[in-house]
Every structure is written in C-alpha cells, then in structure tokens.
Design a protein around this ligand. Structure first.
Ligand code: G4P
Length: 553
C-alpha cells in the first residue's frame, strides 16, 4: 500500500512543512543497543559515552546491574529497586546535533528473552568484546539475533591496557563468529603494560594512550603517522609490529563499504580501553557517522479481515510505535506499569489521542516520559527512533502497536518457546483472584510465559531461564500478596500451533486434549514432554504447523 494511504488512514493530512521536519528529525536520530558478555565492560563504556556526550557530568553515575555476579537474592534486591534499572535501561543523549538513544540489554542469560525484544527496537548494535576473552557465549547468542535481523554492528574491542590476545586473532574470531567481515577503523599499538595507543586509519595518526579515568578525549596526544621516526623512537618495536599487523589486517579485509555495514555484512572495529576513556570518542563518532537513522518498519494491516503487509516509513505523518518492553513501576501500592514504546513514525506530542491496536481502546497514560540517563522527564515531543514510556494501569501488553488512529499492527516481536516449566500451586486458595491477576500482568510484561491448560488444572509457568521463576515467585509474593509453591511438571517444551484450516486444528486438538494450552495472549500451544513429541505429532498431523517462536501479531 502506498504511504499516502497510511497517512490518510491515520487521519492526519500530510503537509510539506511537517514532512520536511519529520524527515530531518528522523535523520538525526540513532537508536542502538549495547551488547556484550557480562564483565566485558558494557557498563563502563555506557558511562563513558554518556560522559563524553555531556549527558552526565561525573563518572560513577551509572550503576550497572551486574546481574552476572549476583546471587539470586541479590537479583531480587535489585529487582525491588527497579527504579534504577528502568531509568538506566534506556538513555538518551545528544551529540554533534544528533539524538542518540542507547538501550541497555540485561546481562544475565536467564533474561535473554528480554534482550531479544530490546534488539527489535534498535537500528544498530554496539558490541563490546573483552580483548582477552574474545567472543563469549552470551555475545554469541545476541549476535545470532542481530544477524537474523541484519542489524548493523559496530565492534569495540575493550581492555587493551591488559595482557590480551593479538588483534589479528581477535579479528579472525569476530569474523568467524559474526559471519561478517571486520574492517578495522583503529588499530592498537602494543597492549597491557606496553599499550602505546591506537592508530586511527582514517586520520592516519596515532593517539597516545595514558592511563587514568580523569582524562578527556581531547587531552590525549595525537601524532601523525608521517612522523614515523618520532613514533618509532617513542614506541620502539611495538610500533613496527603494529604497523605490520595493521597492514596484514587491512590487506585481508575488504574496503569499507557502508552499504555492506548497513546490510549487516561488515562490521567496523575499534580498539580501546573504556575504563581509561581511551578509544571511546571514536565509537561515539562512529555512531553518528556510520550507524543508520531509523528505517522503515514492517507492519500488517487488516483489509477485509485479511492481513496485508505494509511498510511504515519513519517520516510518515501518523504517529505509530510498538511496545517492546513492559515493566512494573516502583510503587507497590499502585499497579502502574511502564510500557516502553519505540516510535516508528510520526511525532508524539503531549495530549495526543492514541489507541492500542489490539483492543481498539484509547490509551490513557497517567504520564508519558522520556529517559534521560539518570532521570525521567515528561516528553515534549518524540520522533521515530525515540523511546517513550507510557505509565498505565494496564491495557497494554508486549508487542502492542500504538497509533494515533491508523489501523496497523507491527510484527516481529519474538516470544521463544519456553525450555522449562513449573506448575503454580497457591498456598492460600482464597487468593486465587489475585494470583490470576498477578500472572496475567507478569505474563503481559513478558517476565514469564503463562499457560492455561485447556483441560483445567493449575496454571503453568514457562521460562527460558531458571532465574525467571524465582523472580516471578518473589514478585507474586511481594506485589500481589500471593505465596506460591512452584512444582515440577512433565513438560519440557511447547510449540505454538497453527493450521491452514479450522477443521485440521479441531482434529489436532481432539487428538491431544490434555496437551493443549493457551498462553497469556490467547495463542494456542501444544505442550511437549520430550523432544520426540513434536516429531511424532508432526508425522501424524503433517498439515499442522509447530512454531518454536511466536511473533506478536
Ligand atoms: P559489564 O557491564 O559488561 O558487566 O562490565 P563492567 O563495565 O562492569 O566492567 C567489568 C570490569 O571490567 C570492571 O572491573 C571494570 O572496571 C573493568 N573494565 C572495564 N573496562 C576496562 C578496561 O578498558 N580495562 C580494564 N583493565 N578494565 C576494564 P571490576 O573490578 O570488576 O569492577 P569495578 O570495581 O572496577 O567497578
């Protein structure tokens, strides 16, 4: 469908002035996620990016969640202070006339589902690698998701001030793991105690390393590469070796191709030391110069009850956005929740009338905020690429599309088939209503997946990581006053089910009545007790489709 049709459907008339300003506002936005294995230096780098863009004044202001290092009980404590993580999971900064939206991703693998969803809300990713450890397990999983979506990735190789691996080795590993060619943008001279600095390939100069976290980027000394003798005299064999390995790396990598980067086929690689403020400015500049502005997003439109695909352009007149994260608010006395919405098109202004596509109901937020590093502020306006938080008492769930009137639904927010299940047993049966409400809300938040067996019986909780169960049990007790016991159950996995005809679906349901369940969004699922279940059921019902992943539709 042409863009104009959507504009009219949204009820807004396109005006040339608006289109121009929407386009220019969109062009100056960069929305990216920062991904890494725990301890690689994500928190440190985030803080330095905020510091050098002027969003924060002093280092130490960003508290990393460091979930990886905490025992479960600590995680609960952190969850209780959710205000911190809400505020620090989305951060906006401005730099060189650009608006940069940084989205943090939870470090703990048990919350990887959350991370996958965050990755659907960004236009690029910044991957932080510990130069001693290379590409680690958690990063590998995240990269897979980026690759599925062809998300452009900028690579930062951190901790060059330590004894680490040879840069050529690291590039080789990144190339293999990412399946993308690496194009070095900076190159290290030495490492560890003999770390001399980085060569900037674009400016053909060397920035000299000095340890310490007080130094500002402009304070580092820069020497042109043309002053070879001076560099040699100062950095000795480290300099010659760096030049040699740099030449090898450049010879082995393709020429920089911006289109290949945008298509997720090349990654620019930067070296540095986050904790020493070194090599960070280069990354901030790369976000402005190389990372893409918000692009078009795929949605579907119901025309005569049939879904018709349509592409929403970021500078389309009508406002639209998608909920990629829902988080309970801090105040336990109120059932407030914040729906994080990635703006996909148009402009948000306060007082705007918005509706939730799934229910057709008007969205009446109690507040609408933007996330400024450490604090939330009332939104004055927001454009495609921005993240805004709607505080509501409910009525919004993960994957919901919010518009100012247009009839469209974004697709692509993934829910993964749980890999572990537990049955919920309520200790006090008089609290059944509260339990149902709690599970519904936690399910809508995506904290856990909730399945209601069609044949009745206890509710089932499905998770990707064990810690999810513990957090939910804790939250049911503290937020809903429901003490529950979680008991093992025979299910090991689930598949969402669809069929080409209602008749086929009915036959399948009749064949496996005890295995049928509906999830929080009302989608039908088949519960499995072993990996063979799906194969056997598939052989018996070849026309039934078994989905390991559900995309909100
Ligand atoms: P994360 O968010 O990815 O989990 O990592 P984080 O930034 O918390 O960094 C993990 C540890 O690595 C921290 O040390 C941090 O200071 C250190 N680090 C980060 N960047 C560099 C770097 O460029 N060089 C060196 N040598 N270390 C770096 P910690 O001792 O675990 O914590 P802290 O007490 O310093 O906060």
């Amino acid at each position: 469908m042409p863009r104009l049709a959507y504009r009219c459907a949204a009820g807004a008339q396109p005006t040339p002035e608006n289109s121009v300003s929407y386009a220019s506002e969109t062009r100056r936005r960069r929305t990216f996620a920062i991904i890494s294995h725990p301890d690689a230096g994500k928190t440190t780098l985030t803080e330095k990016l905020l510091l050098f863009s002027g969003a924060i004044q002093i280092a130490g202001a960003v508290k990393g969640r460091k979930a990886s290092r905490h025992a479960t009980s600590d995680w609960m404590e952190i969850e209780k202070q959710r205000g911190i993580s809400v505020a620090s999971s989305v951060m906006q900064m401005s730099y060189r006339e650009h608006v940069i939206n940084l989205l943090d991703t939870p470090g703990h693998k048990d919350f990887s589902e959350d991370t996958y969803r965050v990755l659907t809300a960004v236009d690029s990713a910044l991957m932080v690698i510990d130069a001693a450890n290379g590409v680690e397990a958690q990063t590998r999983r995240l990269i897979e998701v980026c690759r599925q979506r062809d998300t452009p990735i900028i690579t930062f190789v951190n901790k060059m001030d330590r004894e680490v691996r040879a840069p050529l080795d690291i590039l080789d590993e990144v190339e293999r793991e990412l399946g993308m060619s690496c194009v070095p943008m900076t190159w290290p001279v030495g490492q560890g105690k003999r770390f001399g600095g980085i060569i900037n390939l674009r400016t053909q100069s060397m920035t000299v390393f000095e340890a310490g976290s007080e130094r500002r980027p402009q304070d580092f000394e820069t020497i042109p590469l043309s002053e070879t003798e001076r560099l040699r005299a100062r950095f000795g064999s480290e300099f010659d070796e760096a030049m040699e390995s740099m030449e090898l790396a450049v010879g082995a990598s393709p020429a920089w191709d911006h289109a290949a980067f945008l298509a997720g086929k090349q990654t620019p690689v930067f070296f540095g030391s986050g904790v020493n403020n070194f090599g960070v400015m280069e990354v901030l500049d790369a976000l402005v110069d190389l990372a893409p502005p918000p692009g078009p997003r795929l949605s579907s439109l119901l025309v005569n009850k049939q879904p018709v695909e349509k592409t929403v352009q970021p500078d389309d007149e009508g406002f639209s956005g998608v909920v990629f994260k829902v988080q309970a608010n801090m105040d336990a006395n109120h059932r407030d929740r914040i729906a994080f919405v990635r703006v996909a098109s148009g402009r948000y202004t306060p007082g705007m009338k918005l509706k939730v596509q799934r229910t057709g109901k008007e969205l009446r937020p109690t507040s609408v905020v933007t996330f400024m590093s450490q604090r939330r502020e009332a939104v004055e306006e927001a454009y495609a690429g921005d993240i805004i938080g709607f505080t509501t008492h409910g009525g919004v769930q993960l994957g919901d599309t919010i518009t100012d009137g247009a009839n469209l639904q974004f697709t692509g927010l993934p829910f993964f088939a749980p890999e572990m299940f537990m049955t919920v047993v309520l200790k006090n049966p008089l609290r059944t209503k509260q339990l149902q409400q709690g599970l519904l809300q936690l399910g809508e938040e995506g904290a856990i997946q909730v399945f209601k067996p069609d044949m009745g019986g206890n509710m089932l909780l499905g998770a990707v990581g064990q810690l999810q169960f513990e957090v939910v049990q804790h939250r049911l007790a503290t937020e809903y006053d429901c003490e529950v016991r979680l008991e093992g159950c025979p299910y090991t996995s689930a598949r969402w089910i669809s069929a080409d005809s209602p008749q086929e679906l009915r036959e399948f349901e009749a064949a496996y009545p005890t295995r049928m369940a509906h999830d929080a969004a009302g989608a039908l699922a088949y519960l499995c007790t072993s990996p063979y279940d799906v194969r056997l059921a598939q052989e018996r019902f070849p026309k039934i489709h078994f989905h390991p992943l559900r995309e909100h539709a």
